[in-house]
Design a protein around this ligand. Structure first.
Ligand SMILES: [Zn+2]
Length: 258
């Protein structure tokens, strides 16, 4: 069994062959896929796909940091209404949320505010969070450290920081989301995953982005989560089936999946 804890296959990149893509994922043993939201413009597509198979798709609702702009208050309000949640089956997390200062830090202050709001929402609703962190690890830790974090759990998805940061995440009781980057030649992730316990790791694809070797540069898809599991098994010297079982159990525990 494999769980892709982060995929955007509701996006238009899969419109031409979504059914085949899902079938391929099931063929390699994927049993659940978590679909994280981006903003209001993605809700309808996400909802339609999630409703198509409620035993397979699970949903995270939230506002992505790259969608935080001058209009963020309206966007945030619209996402966190009962009406929006009513559109979504199987909501198991708040995500994806976080900070992204890679391309643009114009809205850094607003990103912090939006992150903090969503962390509080998740804490109140007792839902885990899916954190997107790009060039903003210190800033995210600042926001998290400044607030009441009791009961808050989650995953730093598509983790790309060093061991020291990974340890900080694990010490907070959070998971590390590992995807295609693990398979890249210059990646520092092999060092990270060999030093943190397998019980703190979730597998993901972040499809359609960041396809693992040997598919690097092409469109990523949930079936490729098997390549990530394979690579992880080689790096840490554990059985492939073991890696699949432990990481799936981690995902089930965090997202309370059936
Ligand atoms: Zn994502």
């Amino acid at each position: 069994m494999l769980i892709d804890t982060h995929s955007h296959i509701y996006s238009e990149e899969f419109d031409a062959d979504r059914a085949e893509t899902i079938a391929r994922a099931k063929t390699v043993g994927v049993s659940h896929i978590v679909l994280p939201n981006i903003d209001m413009s993605s809700i309808e597509r996400l909802s339609a796909l999630a409703h198509s198979d409620t035993n397979f798709f699970y949903v995270a609702n939230g506002l992505h940091p790259t969608s935080v702009n001058a209009n963020y208050k309206t966007e945030l309000n619209d996402i966190f209404t009962d009406a929006t949640f009513a559109l979504l089956p199987n909501v198991v997390a708040i995500g994806e949320i976080g900070m992204d200062l890679y391309w643009d830090d114009t809205y850094q202050k607003e990103q912090k505010e939006v992150l903090d709001f969503q962390l509080e929402y998740a804490r109140e609703k007792k839902l885990p969070v899916i954190i997107h962190c790009r060039n903003a690890f210190a800033q995210i830790i600042d926001v998290m450290s400044a607030r009441d974090r009791s009961g808050l759990i989650g995953v730093f998805h598509c983790f790309s920081e060093d061991y020291k940061s990974a340890k900080c995440v694990v010490d907070m009781g959070f998971y590390i989301g590992v995807g295609g980057v693990l398979t890249y030649k210059k990646s520092i992730l092999p060092d990270v995953v060999s030093k943190i316990p397998l019980t703190s790791i979730l597998l993901e694809t972040d499809s359609p982005y960041l396809a693992p070797v040997p598919h690097r540069g092409k469109r990523n898809e949930p079936s490729f989560v098997a390549c990530v599991a394979e690579k992880l098994s080689q790096i840490i010297g554990r059985d492939y089936d073991d890696v699949c079982d432990v990481t799936s159990a981690n995902a089930k525990k965090l997202f309370d999946l059936i």
